[in-house]
Design a protein around this ligand. Structure first.
Ligand SMILES: [Zn+2]
Length: 251
C-alpha cells in the first residue's frame, strides 16, 4: 500500500499531480518504489536524476568506476571536483541535493549473481545503463529469473536505442534480441558519443520506468526504438521472442 503524500510532497510534485492519468495514485506509487540503476555513467546520470526529482522513493546505484575528466561532458551528476571519486558517491551527493527525501543506496562492487539477484528482487524494476555486454547479459538473465522488468538503454556516436523487457513468459528478453541481431561490442571509449544522446536515452529510460511504476500510459514492451541523432529520425521495431532463447525460451 503506497504512503499518502505530506504537504511538502504535494507542493513539490504539484505539476505531476495535475496530470489526470497520473495524479496522487501515480505519485504515491513512485514514492513507494525502488529502482535499481546499473551504471552511473551518461545514461545512469540522466535517468537517475529524473527518477530522483520525479519522486521515486528509493534508488539503488551500482557502479565500481571512478569519475574521469573525459566523462564530464555527458555524465551530468559529476563535476570537475569529483574526478577520482567513485561515481556512485558523486551521484549520491548530487541526487541528495536535488531531492533530499530520496533514499539512495550505493553499491561500489561488481556483484556476483547471488548478490545482484538480491538487489533486483528488492526493486520494482531495473534500468540497464551499463556499457558492456557481459553486464547486460547478466542483468537480463537475473531480471528474467526475478521476473523484474528491465529498461535497457544504449548510446554511442550519434545513435541511441531503448527497449523495455517486461520479463513475462510470453515477452522477448534482451538475449532474444542480441542472439538474433548480434551485439556490437563498440564502446564510446573508442567510438565517441555526443553528450545529449545519453541524456535523450537516459531520460527515455526514466520515462518508461515511471510509466511502468505508475501504470500510466502505454509502455513499448517488446519494441526496440532507435534514434539517429545525426538526422533526428526515430525508428521502432517489434522484437520477437526467439525460440530456444537460452534465457527465456527454454521452457
Ligand atoms: Zn529471450
Amino acid at each position: 500500500m503506497a504512503k499518502k503524500l505530506d504537504e511538502h510532497q504535494r507542493k513539490r510534485y504539484t505539476r505531476q499531480l495535475l496530470l489526470p492519468s497520473f495524479g496522487f495514485d501515480g505519485q504515491e506509487q513512485l514514492a513507494a518504489s525502488t529502482v535499481l540503476v546499473l551504471g552511473v555513467g551518461g545514461l545512469g546520470c540522466a535517468a537517475a536524476q529524473y527518477l530522483c526529482t520525479a519522486g521515486v522513493g528509493r534508488l539503488i546505484l551500482v557502479d565500481d568506476d571512478r569519475v574521469e575528466l573525459s566523462n564530464l561532458h555527458r555524465q551530468v551528476l559529476h563535476g570537475e571536483d569529483d574526478i577520482g571519486r567513485l561515481k556512485v558517491e558523486s551521484a549520491d551527493d548530487s541526487l541528495r541535493r536535488l531531492n533530499p527525501a530520496a533514499a539512495i543506496e550505493t553499491v561500489t562492487a561488481r556483484l556476483d549473481d547471488v548478490a545482484l539477484l538480491g538487489k533486483i528482487k528488492s526493486s520494482q524494476l531495473v534500468l540497464d545503463c551499463s556499457d558492456n555486454l557481459a553486464t547486460r547479459r547478466q542483468l537480463n538473465r537475473l531480471c528474467f529469473e526475478a521476473k523484474t522488468p528491465l529498461v535497457s538503454g544504449a548510446a554511442i556516436r550519434f545513435e541511441g536505442q531503448i527497449a523495455v523487457y517486461p520479463m513475462t513468459e510470453s515477452a522477448p528478453c534482451y538475449e532474444c534480441f542480441s542472439q538474433r541481431f548480434g551485439e556490437q561490442q563498440l564502446s564510446c571509449v573508442e567510438s565517441g558519443v555526443l553528450a545529449p544522446l545519453v541524456g535523450i536515452v537516459g531520460s527515455l529510460q526514466a520515462l518508461e520506468a515511471i510509466k511502468l511504476l505508475s501504470g500510466v500510459g502505454t509502455v513499448p514492451s517488446g519494441r526496440l526504438m532507435l534514434f539517429d541523432g545525426a538526422h533526428s529520425q526515430w525508428q521502432s521495431f517489434t522484437l520477437e521472442k526467439l525460440p530456444g532463447c537460452t534465457v527465456c525460451g527454454g521452457a
